[in-house]
Design a protein. Structure first.
Lengths: 505, 325, 333
């Protein structure tokens, strides 16, 4: 069999920002009809490489060849016109416009200057049919789920470009079912001869769909190889240059070690969000929450922190009933919450690292008991050290920190109020592996210090590693509570998938 | 029903109900005569509101339109009365200046990345100031062309008169609706109102579209100034103070979302008519004082803001895809 | 600490003020002359402060609103309402202090209305406050029944034209309010919390900040400031003019805040800088008047100032003047 043709190639690409070499002599080649995974920690240079390939940046040295011809794109639109389409994690389409217009915006066929809507609708239906999508193309895009929007984005990129498709973390906000659908489509496109670059944080997805992979580390090319020739451990080793402890899950959190009941949620729920949940949280334990996206896990966390108000049930803390109608009340009760969407709900981008660290404590103290500058410096310093927050100084805006460090700041913000109960929603999502390990260690340490924790995560290995108990959510209800030996990825998956099995039997 | 149609339907229904109520009380309001006056009296507001619709659809705001009306009025008066220009030549000159003025504001908004609010605020001060510097006093226009044009009309069945002025407004609305809903430029305007970043990544020429939107708005404000000068046969630097608020009000009452991305030019027409109706009613009634107009319009504005909040706030009902297996 | 005070003294705002004053002095050599007459100070400089006081007071409230990423377009109309209320009440025979209290309450009520729309109904501030901007003057006319209500109540007139320790009352009120408001936001946690809400309201909620209460408070405070400014303006002309009192002053107040360096996108704010911004605007106004230019010229100059600020703040000039973020290592020490 002959080697398929190389479509897009980067040779010896160097990108320098000021003093920093973001990419150092990186080469990559993409063949027609392959899915090529691009892997690396945050800061490894993945996005810089993608931006050079798609015209958002220009290489300092080296060259990019499209079908053998050297090319230099001034902006993503030129790259798009030349055949390189990109789909981003956050769908970059227009929710307020029709599905059809989103497919053809800027390329609508016109007659006498007027857009031919009927032609567009017909074409849109035809295009989406090839993706197995049967939607009303005249309806607003925003009225469809993220998965549908993602597919419309892919269809647009393929329509307009058609040679190379760059998928930048397309699965980050999809549930398992939707990911499977997406993979079907990727396979289809692959069969049509597109060269596809696939970026993701999920290793299992890399193995499920990719043919080859290229690993970057600190801006350098570590290697390219066929996925048939490597194991997940090899890949992680390439990415990190070391084996990572958390990939060998050993539950260190024996349930028996946990203390007395601290919090009891009794029939706690809200119609349409979460069916009533009854759950005790002990001192010194981590309750892991597993479940697919949309299973009600985030909704449960929001209820427990008073972001949404529960309509049924009650909460007792140390035997006394408490009210949880707002985050303010939750904070007064000594709760802390690291939300899933760090940028939207977590950080105060323009405020300093120091202010971000003390803000929850300040909110708890109230309007009139201000922490003075010395107190702020002391608190910020203490938690920055305890959590190994890497910032040049604490007066810089937090938005300049990496995702991992931002997550540590938010964690530190809650530790500063000396909490009883911490809720962490996907604490390790989208952060580099180093900070990842740091956060997992912190969770273990907090449990040993006697806190109650509720940790939501999609990473089963991770949940298994630190949970004393695991609660499984499905279809907005709590469907299982696993103890001891039952806490294993296999049993959790069974619990999550139970419904499907029942249906199959 | 499409979500963005709901506020439009509400506007239409409220207008019909109000008109019905008014007609029951004053049967003479149901005549083409009143309708004709309606169109003539609100022509300058309507034309401005079309431009404002485009600006608001794109997620911006234009505070300068009232000042541009005042400025063009003064400039036209000076060109005709002091320089002896033919009105048509004067119109061409002032409309060109107005369009360039808008283009400059659009360019400032795009290239300096500042909110339209503050740029058009500067534009408002500049246009109003320039008008006052040209002439602080009202300048009358006496020209045969004015007399004939401002009296030109088309007789409608029932004895009503569709004046040239009113006709121009209707024409502007029709063209505006076609441009907004049937051209690529129109789809770009909605795209900017939806999400500027996405629009740019999808290949919408953001700079060109932004500049064109504000050019259009200022051009229409200029045209409105022309109409206003035909209507009043004078140019005054303090004319049309606060029209920007009325125009914004008409657009919102017409069902366009103030944050951009959703709305219809036709809705603005109903919005203008509804505001005109309130004024006409208060005049017909005779016992109500003029300030009730402001209060009623404020209340209408509040109702529509609240309505939009209810329609658009509840996160869009996400339809699941119908997968073909 | 010394360097911080020094750096504040040579901020762009103080330099702009110095430049405007210098131009005024060149155009009108007697600009800096101040004399003591009848137990109070007179002079162009005092006049600048006196005339600038209403906008300065509005700017104090507006700063807090803008810091939360909001804007209050209704302050001009609220001024008219407050003036109309006070004037109508004293004319109807109520004692002055009751009239003042009710006028302040009217301002608070308008602020509360805006705050409810913004905080509880979650409506965009520019839209929410448009309602009172449009309807407010109608309400003020309703109160005065369409006429300009003149009054001769000494207390109300004193608020607009009296003097204390030689300084005009409006200046005293504005300065007191500015100092109290600054102390309030900086000696308590309010300033930081307001900035946090302005930077990211959702995160503020998650961090346990009562963002809604804070927003309500900020708009109520803004309405309160507007009511004070409204009474000063009414006292000054000894009458309440529902049509013209405070007309377009909301725009001057916003401009003052912008000149003072608070971003319209919320976050960091400085009340004193906004007050300085108001003084700069008035210094330009007065300069144009005393140097014999027509008052209309003012608008052109104002637009020039906005354009200048926009150019200075644009990313283009940042690269042009090499104002790249300074290396801040060790700044926390």
């Amino acid at each position: 069999m002959t080697e398929p043709a190389t479509v897009l190639q980067a040779r010896g690409v160097v990108k320098v920002f000021g003093q920093h070499r973001a990419l150092d002599d990186v080469s990559i080649d993409l063949r027609a009809g392959e899915v090529h995974a691009l892997l690396g920690e945050n800061g490894a240079g993945k996005s810089t490489l993608i931006k050079i390939l798609t015209g958002a940046y220009q290489a300092t040295e080296g060259e990019v060849l499209l079908e053998g011809q050297p090319v230099r794109f001034a902006d993503p639109l030129q790259a798009q016109a030349a055949g390189i389409g990109t789909v981003y994690q956050e769908v970059n389409l227009l929710p307020n416009r029709s599905v059809a217009e989103n497919l053809f915006l800027g390329h609508q066929p016109t007659r006498f200057g007027f857009v031919q809507k009927k032609v567009i609708y017909a074409k849109a239906r035809a295009v989406l049919a090839t993706y197995g999508l049967d939607v009303d193309v005249r309806a607003e895009l925003g009225s469809y789920s993220v998965a549908v929007q993602q597919i419309v984005a892919i269809a647009r990129a393929v329509e307009l470009s058609g040679k190379v498709l760059v998928l930048d973390e397309p699965t980050a906000s999809l549930d398992r079912n939707e990911v499977d659908r997406l993979f079907d489509i990727i396979r289809q496109l692959k069969a049509r001869g597109l060269a596809i670059i696939f970026i993701t944080h999920f290793l299992d997805q890399v193995f499920a769909i990719s043919d080859r992979m290229t690993v970057l580390r600190n801006g350098k090319l570590i290697g390219t190889s066929s996925l048939k020739d490597v194991s997940p451990t090899d890949v992680v080793r390439m990415m990190l240059g070391k084996d990572l402890e958390i990939l060998h899950p050993v539950s260190t959190a024996a349930e028996g070690a946990s203390g007395p009941v601290m919090l009891s949620f009794d029939g706690f729920g809200k119609p349409g969000k979460v069916a009533p949940v009854t759950l005790d949280i002990h001192r010194g334990e981590v309750v892991g929450v597993a479940g697919l996206l949309g299973s009600g896990r985030t909704e449960l966390a929001r209820l427990m922190f008073g972001v949404d108000t529960a309509e049924s049930g009650k909460v007792t803390m140390n035997g006394k009933e408490i009210s949880l109608r707002s985050p303010v009340q939750a904070v007064q009760a000594g709760f802390g919450f690291c939300p899933e969407d760090r940028k939207a709900d977590g950080i105060f981008g323009d405020l300093s690292v120091r202010e971000n660290l003390i803000i929850a404590l300040q909110a708890k103290l109230g309007w009139f008991k201000a922490l003075n500058r010395d107190e702020q410096l002391e608190i910020a310093g203490r938690y920055a050290e305890a959590l190994d927050i890497r910032a040049a100084n604490h007066d810089m805006p937090i938005k300049l920190l990496s995702g991992g460090n931002q997550q540590k700041v938010i964690l530190g913000r809650w530790l500063a109020i000396d909490p009883n109960f911490l809720i962490l929603d996907e604490p390790t999502r989208g952060i580099d592996v180093g900070a990842h390990a740091e956060i997992v260690r912190t969770i273990n340490r907090l449990r040993e210090d006697g806190l109650g924790l509720l940790v939501i995560s999609s990473e089963l290995d991770e949940i298994v590693a630190y949970s004393s108990r695991v609660v499984v959510m499905r279809d907005r209800q709590m469907v299982a509570e696993l103890h001891g030996q039952d806490i294993s990825p296999k049993i959790i998956v069974q619990a999550i998938a139970a419904q499907h099995q029942e249906a199959a039997e | 029903m499409n979500r963005s149609l709901r506020p439009l339907a509400a506007t239409a229904i409220i207008f019909l109900l109000c008109y019905l109520a008014a007609v029951i009380q004053f049967p003479s309001m149901l005549s083409t005569r009143v309708l004709g006056n309606f169109l003539t009296d609100n022509a300058f507001l309507g034309i401005t509101a079309v431009g404002m619709t485009f600006v608001i659809l794109s997620g911006g705001i234009d505070l300068s339109v009232g000042a541009v009306i005042g400025f063009t009025g003064v400039l036209i008066a000076v060109l005709i009365s002091h320089f002896g220009m033919h009105p048509l030549a004067a119109f061409a000159v002032t409309l060109t200046i107005a369009a360039l003025f808008g283009a400059a504001m659009g360019a400032a908004i795009h290239y300096m990345q500042v909110p339209s609010f503050i740029v058009t605020l500067a534009g408002m001060f500049l246009a109003r100031g320039a008008a006052s510097v040209i002439s602080p006093d009202s300048i009358p226009i006496n020209h045969d062309f004015y007399t004939s044009v401002s009296q030109a009309y088309l007789l409608m069945p029932g004895g009503g008169r569709l004046s040239l002025i009113g006709g121009i407004m209707v024409l502007v609305f029709v063209v505006g609706a076609l441009v907004a809903h049937r051209t690529r430029f129109g789809s770009y305007v909605y795209a900017l109102g939806g999400n500027t970043t996405s629009a740019a990544l999808m290949g919408v020429p953001v700079a060109r579209t932004t500049i064109l939107i504000y050019t259009l708005s200022s051009f229409l404000a200029g045209l409105s100034g022309v109409i206003f000068s035909l209507y009043t046969s004078a140019g005054y630097s303090l004319a049309a103070v606060g029209v920007e608020l009325d125009a914004i009000g008409a657009v919102v009452i017409g069902g366009t979302l103030l944050t951009g991305g959703y709305g219809f030019v036709a809705g603005t027409f109903i919005g203008v008519m509804l505001m005109g109706l309130v004024q006409t009613y208060i005049i017909f009634d005779g016992t109500l004082s003029s300030w009730w107009t402001k209060i009623v319009i404020g209340v209408l504005l509040f109702m529509f803001i609240l309505l939009q909040r209810i329609v658009f706030a509840a996160s869009a009902p996400r339809k699941k895809a119908f997968w073909k297996v | 600490m010394k360097t911080r005070v020094l750096s504040r003294l040579i901020s762009p705002q103080t330099m702009a003020l110095a430049a405007v004053l210098l131009v005024n002095w060149i155009l009108f050599p007697g600009f800096f002359d101040i004399e003591w007459k009848d137990g109070r100070l007179f002079g162009s400089l005092i006049d600048v402060l006196n005339r600038g006081a209403p906008v300065a007071i509005l700017a104090i409230g507006m700063t807090a609103v803008i810091a939360t990423k909001g804007v209050d377009l209704s302050v001009g109309a609220v001024m008219a309402i407050a003036g109309a209320t006070a004037a109508t009440m004293v004319e109807a025979g109520w004692p002055a202090h009751t009239a003042v209290a009710v006028a302040l309450l009217a301002g608070l009520a308008c602020g509360l209305w805006n705050g409810v729309l913004v905080a509880l109904l979650d409506i965009q501030p520019i839209i929410a406050t448009l309602v009172i901007m449009v309807a407010g003057r109608g309400i003020a006319q309703l109160i005065t029944e369409g006429s300009i209500v003149t009054f001769s109540d000494p207390t109300l007139i004193f608020i607009g034209t009296g003097s204390f320790l030689g300084l005009p009352m409006p200046v005293v009120i504005a300065a007191t309010l500015a100092v109290l408001a600054t102390l309030l936001v900086r000696r308590t946690a309010l300033g930081l919390l307001v900035e946090a809400v302005g930077v990211n309201r959702s995160a503020a909620r998650y961090a346990g900040i009562s963002a809604n209460v804070l927003l309500l408070a900020v708009y109520v405070f803004c309405g309160f400031c507007a009511a004070i400014a409204g009474m000063i303006v009414a006292g000054d002309i000894r009458g309440a003019d529902a049509n013209n009192a405070g007309l377009w002053l909301e725009l001057d107040a916003i401009l003052a805040v912008v000149i003072g360096g608070t971003s319209l996108l919320g976050g960091r704010f400085s009340i004193l800088m906004s007050v300085l911004g108001a003084v700069i605007i008035q210094a330009m106004n007065t300069g144009i008047l005393v140097s014999g230019f027509p008052p209309e010229f003012n608008l052109v100059v104002k637009s020039g100032v906005i354009i200048l600020i926009l150019v200075l703040q644009s990313p283009l000039s940042a690269t042009l003047f090499l104002r790249a973020p300074k290396a801040k290592t060790g700044a926390s020490k």
